[in-house]
Design a protein around this ligand. Sequence first.
Ligand code: HEC
Length: 163
Amino acid sequence: MARMRFTRFILMAAVLTVTVPTGMVVARPADPAATDRGIGESPTKPDSRISLKLDPQVQVMLKQTMREHLEAIEMIVSALAREDYKTASVVAHEELGFLKHHQVMQRERGVSFPKRYQDLAMAHHQAAEALADIIPTREMKPILQKLDLTLKACLDCHRAFKL
Ligand code: HEC
């Protein structure tokens, strides 16, 4: 018994030695390997995104919309995992599709966005509608392909624009 506890102690010590320093490396922002990934600001890569130059209140609205987008994606994935195709399809349609587009237009009334930004926004709503349409087939592979295209539409805009 005492021996087992000792073995467990050694194992724990080994796990801590391995995981703690690696975790610290990942969290350190000065490490280029840890930050030279993804989109936008990075110490080793110029940020070529176009600034939308929005008023502070509009920035707050845009960020709210974006957080809602992420919540919608999470709800869709969660519903798919539960095989709740109805909820997944309704959320894709209502929270990311054209309905959402109209709500956001109301919210951001009077704000002008560059043409390219508007096109990317439309492409993203279109991708979400295609996702909403495929979900009732319950075929996971095509569903995942459309989900991927929807997420790629998020990234297309994130790669091109910033606040
Ligand atoms: C048409 C453009 C566009 C599309 C499409 C788009 N975004 Fe964004 N999003 C932005 C911009 C611009 C920002 C601000 C980024 C910055 O300044 O670094 C942003 C920021 C965000 C943020 C950060 C919000 C905050 O509170 O700071 C999240 C989360 C996000 N987007 C999620 C998503 C998701 C998920 C999707 C797709 C379902 C999506 N976005 C689609 C333009 C877009």
